[in-house]
Design a protein around this ligand. Structure first.
Ligand code: HEM
Ligand code: HEM
Length: 59
């Protein structure tokens, strides 16, 4: 349970960072951080959340 919870919390932390880059790109019009933004969100948030949910389903 603890591993699952820690993965989900790590995902939330990455999501806040990733979304900050997204908001920065949207407001500045400079999209050069798109790959960084994409991978912080996809690996950091999506993958960590998948890990967290899988550890809960298959403890
Ligand atoms: C408030 C939240 C978000 C904002 C304001 C935002 C904004 C942006 C912006 C401005 C771009 C650049 C688009 C381009 O240059 O073509 C982008 C690209 C991207 N974003 Fe976000 N984003 C947000 C959340 C997310 C989340 C949660 C994910 C994934 C879980 C995500 C995944 C991606 C991906 C994969 C790309 C690359 C798309 C491409 O290569 O054209 N974004 N986002
Ligand atoms: C360690 C693992 C990974 C590495 C080394 C990696 C590397 C890369 C590279 C080199 C690109 C091309 C960037 C460019 O065109 O400038 C890319 C694009 C992309 N990757 Fe990954 N990737 C990884 C994992 C993932 C994962 C797990 C996902 C999805 C869950 C993902 C989704 C994407 C997407 C949507 C793009 C297009 C983003 C864009 O054009 O801005 N990647 N990746």
């Amino acid at each position: 349970m603890n591993i699952s919870r820690n993965f989900i919390l790590a995902g939330v932390a990455y999501l806040l960072v990733g979304i900050s880059f997204g908001i920065y790109m949207g407001s500045s019009g400079d999209h050069s951080y798109a790959p960084l933004h994409a991978h912080i969100n996809l690996l950091g948030f999506t993958l960590m959340t998948v890990f967290g949910v899988l550890y809960r389903v298959f403890p």
